[in-house]
Design a protein around this ligand. Structure first.
Ligand code: NAD
Ligand code: 6OD
Length: 486
């Protein structure tokens, strides 16, 4: 049986307590590995290693050398692409077709992008011209914050973890990562890659385990952690903020969403259907940016619902590695239970089920897996829980609207503010609506197009702060001004 240990100070380390937990494949519920669960001792060791590395060769390394190392890490992920792909698909059940085009390439790209961004970041320099300081030179410097705790989720494990690890390391910090208990494998593989590339021991550490009374809680409470970056549920974010308040540690929070898709009658309908398909059903609907509320202008409402239904009926459900498969299981039985409870709730709240709503029969070999039907509803009231709460599954509700003003109000009628997608061929309207939707990211005639130099994050309960581009550099560095009177 495969064993996954912690990665501390460049070594694969077992838990002192001997405690392990199971890592299962959601395709058929088979056991992939036994994973060591970190207690306080392993978290202490990982944080100490990260602190020590700041004072070692890593702390003295030039920006150019650091960037070169991170580029090497990116190249090595690409060289070991198939191992990362296999590990990610086993942990999550996602189709190889998705992980090979989204998750793994972005894992490598994150390292390249942030190494380059930091290398090209200008330095502030101001010469004073006031009588008191005439000629004094101010030099702005970015200094690493220190030890960064990275707490990441299971839906895009390598992509989301490296979206934090890469800029943190590029800025000269060291990290202790706590990957999701559902998806420990690619964080573990990345440890091997760090050693192969010559990243000094202690720079990248991984502790495995759960949240409360486990690795997550011990890490976020640790006094020697200087900042915490978290991606996950809004509820968990609130708990982690409380932990961060002790010792006044900085936080970055990328949280949940209940994202609207707005389809105007003047859209290119083919594009709107394909875009909504992707935004609602990619990764079995387990994308924080995904569309769970679709608003369609009344003249095309019936046509849109029928065409989306027909496309959902064509989704090819199956094993991740099988040719042509574009829809896998949910990440776990536990998550399926949650999503199915919303499927039942939708019916109880009066929804019309356009398609799906249950569990597919996958045959004897796969029926133990976390399979679920992609689902579309219509007919729910705007205050239904299914409309207001994040489900994080392959489902969406479609509602008609009549005016631009009405749909902007509907789109904003939510506690969340992560993302939105607008479908229209009228560019003036696109800009007008995009400016009024309260979300961190608004896509027009597209969805999940990412330029890594842009800001990423959410409004309202979808997060605090921004990462991406220079915004990541701002979070992962402490700015210092040195004023020299010449
Ligand atoms: P989660 O909040 O349950 O878990 C995320 C991580 O936090 C895991 O590693 C978990 O072990 C850890 N954790 C849980 N409780 C903790 C505690 N008390 N202290 C410290 N760590 C703790 O989220 P999830 O179910 O893994 O992911 C799905 C959620 O993440 C959805 O809500 C989704 O919208 C959100 N998400 C947001 C973004 C974004 O960028 N905004 C991206 C992906 C996912
Ligand atoms: O692409 C990214 O950088 C990013 N943070 C994506 C988040 C997806 C949420 O599931």
């Amino acid at each position: 049986m495969k064993e996954i240990k912690h990665f501390i100070n460049g070594d694969h380390v077992a838990s002192q307590s001997g405690r392990t937990f199971e890592n299962r494949n959601p395709v058929d519920n088979s056991l992939i590995a036994r994973v060591h669960e970190a207690g306080q001792a392993e978290v202490d060791a990982a944080v100490s290693a990260a602190q020590a590395a700041l004072n070692g060769p890593w702390g003295r390394m030039t920006l150019k050398d650091r960037a070169e190392l991170l580029n090497r890490v990116a190249d090595r992920i690409t060289e070991r692409f198939d191992e990362f792909l296999d590990a990610e698909c086993k942990d999550t059940g996602k189709p190889y077709a998705m992980a090979s085009t989204v998750d793994i390439p972005r894992g490598a790209a994150n390292f390249k992008a942030f190494a380059e961004m930091l290398a090209n970041e200008p330095t502030d320099a101001f010469r004073m011209d006031t009588p008191d300081g005439l000629g004094a030179l101010n030099i702005g410097q970015r200094r690493p914050k220190g030890v960064i705790a990275v707490i990441s989720p299971w839906n895009l494990p390598l992509l989301l973890m490296t979206f934090k690890v890469a800029p943190a390391l590029a800025c000269g910090n060291t990290v202790v990562v706590k990957p999701s208990e559902e998806t420990p494998s690619t964080a573990a593989l990345l440890g091997e890659v760090m050693n192969e590339c010559g990243v000094p021991p202690g720079v990248y550490n991984v502790v495995h385990g759960f949240g409360p009374n486990s690795a997550g809680e011990y890490l976020t409470a640790h006094k020697a952690v200087n900042a915490i970056t978290f991606t996950g549920e809004t509820r968990t974010g609130q708990i982690i903020m409380q932990a961060a308040a002790i010792g006044l540690r900085d936080i970055s929070m990328e949280l949940g969403g209940k994202n609207p898709g707005v389809v105007f009658a003047d859209c290119d309908l083919d594009k709107a259907i394909e875009g909504t398909m992707r935004s609602a059903f990619l990764n079995c609907g387990q994308v924080c940016l995904g569309t769970e509320r679709v608003y369609v202008e009344r003249p095309i409402f019936e046509r849109f619902v029928e065409r989306l239904r027909a496309r959902v009926a064509e989704l090819r459900i199956g094993r991740p590695q099988d040719e042509g498969v574009d829809f896998g299981p949910l990440v776990s039985q536990q998550h399926r239970k949650k999503v199915l409870s919303y499927y039942q709730l939708a019916v109880d709240e009066g929804a019309t089920v356009v398609i799906g709503g249950g569990v597919p029969d996958m045959g004897d070999e796969l029926n133990e897996g976390a399979w679920i039907e992609p689902t579309i509803w219509t007919g729910l009231a705007d205050d239904a829980r299914v409309i207001r709460e994040e489900i994080f599954g392959p489902c969406c509700h479609i509602r008609p609207f009549d005016t631009e003003e009405e749909v902007i109000a509907l789109a904003n009628d939510t506690d969340y503010g992560l993302a939105a997608a607008i479908w229209t061929e009228n560019s003036a309207r696109a800009i007008r609506v995009a400016e009024q939707v309260n979300a961190g990211i608004v896509w027009v005639n597209s969805w999940y197009l990412r330029d890594l130099r842009t800001s990423f994050g959410g409004a309202k309960r979808s997060g605090i702060g921004r990462e991406g581009g220079t915004y990541s550099l701002d979070f992962y560095t402490e700015l210092k001004n040195i004023c020299i009177k010449l």
